[in-house]
Design a protein around this ligand. Structure first.
Ligand code: GLN
Ligand code: ZN
Length: 755
């Protein structure tokens, strides 16, 4: 019988218990025992779930109070030295200092885990880093699981992925110089896991799915030659992309099994089957760990049946990657449309799918007849449902042509028309969209949602907020104003709620980092805009001022990236549908007299595929969707876009091809270095490099911002520069916001006088 397992389970808890326990602890309202009690209960419950579902092993080591990369660093003994902590005696509160910073030290850096929305803490390495071993947390968890009577499979982040994702602040530091020291630590850990009763250990190496440089590939070979063949069997887990270029060398090493992602990269299966010697296990990641749709069980069985025939017991069945990236369970969803709910599988439901597939493989399809029938119904109803297929959208798609992705005139002509129409000074000042989301605004929205405030009362409060924001901006002397986004709690959800084809869960939380969770909406059908979404609020704001009011929209790629998306059509098609909806909104705004429209694309870079070979295709459709969304307007209407926290240098041709009249970008934390790339590339359109970091309440001095602008002027001609903060101001308070913007306007004015 094929064995079943998962690579990891969401740790946050079905009711976000871990989040609330962590936050109570951080506020000082709960002690460490209360917190660790919650952690222990969650692990216990999640293992019980796995066992009840019928999985052969429970996964141990996927739990973390904050982050599993941090736990790995603490386990190896490789903590950032600047905190002065001893990994062997590291306490939970100290680990939170690493994660969140303390009075003396900023937090460890955080970045996205591959192409997911999960953020891990980036290990910091230096020549002094020792891998002398550290905390016993993993072993304690193994002991806990065994005491509960579970058959276990511990999981570790592997040495290649750990080192590859780590950073060093020292120039020219070679991370691989630490490989042998790290391998010693891993060897000791594996030996201890064996002593603790582990027969298999899952070693996660998603880095093998990247375009690894030759030195790293060789390092991987060396690592597994060293680590394999000990007392425990290693299951080397790859996910998020294909990894079959590693099959040949892995086949020669004493690695007992490999996990491959057959959802993202089904094409690699044959290569693995060819390469793996007869004694190896192949764990087939066939249930989608990244998305929330029910598996097409019949199709999955068809894929796996020949594999099972070839491998027998050596085939394991699993989700494609850790279930960390999906919500815990559908059980708590009461308001979701029952038909749509029937199409979904969250983590708990995916356990059942995994087991059903294994049973179907061993005992034949008849053994899971009910599950197959249910699965067939899901596939059939999804294909034919009127909720999914909207003829209005289909007609629209059929009409899309090249002209729709093209402004009427080239930039030089447009900008002249815009300058005449908008009459802005040199170095115009603006903001990125949101103003402080005060407790009062949040309460208003909550009261409205609970039904305690009626629609008109709600609208009036929002209008009052808009009027306040407009008055403040006029008083500050900003040139292009915004309405402040008081009515939006989230830049994707706000639009999703007004579009057909989107569904929302009550409890579909997914961990983003630490205690932070997001609740991505679900795009299940053709995206259609039944009516204008932002025209009323934007026009209300415009009526309050003579200065240009910037309409504020979220772009197609960001709408896509921050949602769970359909798996029954290419992402590019869904993005195109979103683009058409936004295009109509842009046209409506223009018709209503709005002269500047910003389409935010903060997730543009994040959408890049993991493999370089796939970049071009992605960039091609991503740019096109932006153009379709933004090009319906006249020359004099100015299109802005905004992107934050990303590298741009390697995608500048695509950014330029988006052909926004103005792009605002985050730069202040990198002291304008980011702008150099735009300069070197001769980026043709206008740019607003952020002149201050909105993530801190610190009010920057006018002079500091003027210096940044001086520097910017050396890279981009001042006629093409805008002055703005790095990003939206919704997380800030009004006092610091007004002080900072006053200084920003002063800096722009000082420079204008000099130029
Ligand atoms: N317009 C949005 C805001 O100001 C942009 C947010 C973002 O870039 N993430 O909040
Ligand atoms: Zn931003």
């Amino acid at each position: 019988m094929a064995q079943t397992h998962i690579l990891g389970f969401p740790r946050i808890g079905a009711q976000r218990e871990l989040k609330f326990a962590l936050e109570a602890f951080w506020r000082g309202e709960a002690g460490p025992t209360q917190l660790t009690e919650v952690g222990a209960r969650l692990r216990e419950r999640h293992w019980a779930r796995q066992r009840e579902a019928g999985l052969d092993r429970v996964t141990v080591g996927d739990f973390a109070y904050y982050d599993q990369m941090l736990n790995t660093a603490a386990l190896l003994g490789a903590l950032p030295s600047r905190f002065g902590f001893d990994a062997k005696t590291l306490t939970l509160p100290q680990s939170f200092e690493l994660a969140r910073g303390n009075a003396a030290q900023p937090a460890m850096e955080m970045t996205k885990w591959f192409d997911t929305n999960y953020h891990f803490l980036v290990p910091e390495l230096s020549a002094q880093t020792r891998f002398d071993g550290g905390v016993d947390w993993l072993f304690d968890e193994v002991t806990q699981a065994r005491q509960l009577g579970h058959r276990i499979k511990p999981v570790l982040i592997g040495p290649i992925t750990f080192l590859y994702l780590a950073k060093s602040h020292a120039a020219d530091f070679e991370r691989l110089s630490l490989l042998d020291a790290a391998l010693d630590a891993y060897r000791r850990i594996l030996a201890r896991l064996a002593e603790h009763g582990a027969d298999w250990v899952q070693v996660d190496e998603p880095a093998l799915c990247l375009d690894l440089p030759a030195a790293w590939r060789a390092a991987a070979e060396h690592a597994y030659a060293t680590l394999g063949g000990q007392n425990v069997r290693l299951l080397l887990a790859t996910y998020f992309e294909r990894a079959d270029e590693h099959a040949a060398w892995l086949a020669k090493l004493p690695v007992a099994g490999v996990h491959v992602d057959l959802v993202r990269a089904p094409q690699q299966l044959a290569a693995w089957l060819d390469a793996l010697p007869a004694d190896r296990v192949l764990s087939a990641g066939i249930v989608d760990g990244r998305n929330i749709w029910r598996t097409d069980l019949r199709r999955a069985l068809d894929t796996l049946a020949p594999v099972a025939a070839q491998l027998g017991e050596r085939l394991w069945v699993a989700p494609s990657c850790s279930l960390l990236h999906v919500p815990v369970s559908l059980e708590a969803e009461r308001r979701l449309d029952p038909q749509i709910k029937a199409w979904l599988a969250f983590a708990v439901e995916k356990l059942d799918e995994t087991v059903a597939l294994a049973r179907g493989l061993s005992a034949g399809p008849a053994a899971i007849a009910d599950a197959l029938t249910a699965s067939d119904t899901v596939q059939r109803t999804r294909r034919s449902s009127e909720r999914v297929v909207n003829p209005l959208v289909q007609h629209r798609l059929a009409e899309v042509d090249a002209d729709m992705a093209q402004r009427a005139s080239p930039f030089a002509q447009r900008i002249a028309a815009q300058r005449a129409a908008l009459d802005l000074p040199l170095l115009p000042t603006t903001t990125i969209g949101s103003f402080p989301q005060t407790p009062a605004i949040r309460q208003t929205r909550a009261a409205y949602r609970r039904g305690e405030l009626d629609a008109l009362g709600y609208l009036e409060s929002i209008r009052a907020e808009i009027a306040h924001a407009v008055r403040r901006q006029e008083a500050l002397g900003l040139d292009v104003l915004v309405h402040g986004e008081a009515e939006r709690n989230d830049m994707v959800e706000y639009f999703g709620e007004q579009l057909w084809g989107y569904a929302f869960t009550e409890n579909g939380w997914v961990q983003s980092y630490g205690s932070r969770c997001v609740k991505p909406p679900i795009i299940y059908g053709d995206v259609y805009r039944p009516e204008a979404m932002t025209v009323a609020t934007t026009c209300y704001a415009q009526a309050l001022t003579d200065r240009p009011m910037k309409g504020m929209l979220t772009g197609p790629v960001t709408m896509l990236q921050w949602s769970f998306v359909r798996d029954d059509q290419p992402r590019a098609t869904t993005a195109l549908q979103l683009a058409l909806a936004i295009r109509d909104e842009v046209s409506d705004l223009e018709r209503a007299g709005i002269r500047v429209i910003q389409i935010d694309e903060p997730a543009f870079r994040e959408g890049l595929p993991l493999r370089r070979a796939d970049w071009e295709t992605y960039l091609e459709w991503a740019v096109r969707t932006f153009r379709i969304a933004s090009t319906s307007v006249r020359d004099e209407t100015q299109i802005h876009t905004h992107m934050c926290y990303s590298e741009f240098n390697d995608i500048l041709p695509a950014i330029a091809a988006m052909d926004a009249d103005v792009i605002t970008i985050e730069t202040s934390r990198s002291a304008m270095e980011l702008l150099d790339g735009f300069g070197a590339f001769d980026y043709p359109n206008e740019i607003g490099p952020g002149v201050y970091d909105i993530h801190s309440p610190r009010v920057p001095a006018a002079d500091a911002m003027r210096q940044l602008l001086d520097r910017a002027c050396t890279v981009i001609p001042p006629e093409r520069l805008w002055v703005n903060p790095d990003c939206g101001l919704k997380t800030r308070g009004w006092p610091e916001t007004e002080a900072a913007l006053a200084n920003m306007v002063a800096a722009a004015r000082a420079l204008r006088e000099r130029l």
